[in-house]
Design a protein. Sequence first.
Length: 300
Amino acid sequence: MALWRSNILFLLLLGSLVGCVTPQTELNIKRYGGGFFWVPVIYNGIETEFVLDTGSNMNVVSEGFLSAHSVEIESYVSRSSFTTEASDLDSMATLPDQELRFTRPDSFSIGSIKYRVSGPFLLLDTSHSDKFFGRRTNGIIGTQALIVTNFSIDFSSGSLTIGRQPRGVDLIEPLVVKHGFLYMDVSVNGKTIQFLIDSGSVRSQISMSDFLEVANESSDFQESRGTYINIDGKRESVNGIANVDEIKLGGVELSDFSILVDDSNIIGLDILSRGTLHVDPIRQYASFVVPATGSKENVN
């Protein structure tokens, strides 16, 4: 969802989390009306839920949430230059050379995992987030909090496991971790294309340039004048929508799949919600598998 890009800053953020406690933990993640998954967290002793967003390489906390609980905000400003890795359908508006504010909680945990040294959280005004997420969010869990160890997200049943190598699952799919973002190879109409794995996007999308390479007579591209509301409450336009004969990610293979055509290659929850994502960020291997009831799913 939020696609921030800054090599030096991300390494600093990740380095601040390396010292965290990483026992094995499994917890339920809830899915509400907006379609997104929410993770139970404890921020400075306050129990709440943050959105799970693998399309963000930073953790985010709401300024309004901190103010409502009388949490003193000790922030600092980063003057590093930022550019968007991609302009996806739900990306936060972040401009080059924008000054961003960060804060560091006294304590933070996800489930039973208590971080000894919690990395800085990006401070954002999330007052418009209910229009995007379906309900107002107090924060976002990005890959910053996940890629220090193995993790699995079972989107089909709603669970997050951190700190354990999955049993009986071969992690054979190459995984690219770039600036904290997770990329996997996806086959679209027989052509292999690298896609961002983004649980902060409800719909998957393909870039116009890649779509033109895989398109055929049955692709049925329809230009769209539709709009959507991003997390900042701003309206953005969509280039179009099309069908692809086949799209395959790991053990999930979908036929006659409707996909958005825009600026980036993104696997969203319309595909992720069908299976389980296993990630080994250190060795950079992953696997995406469907429930035991089957290994292939067709969509008509």
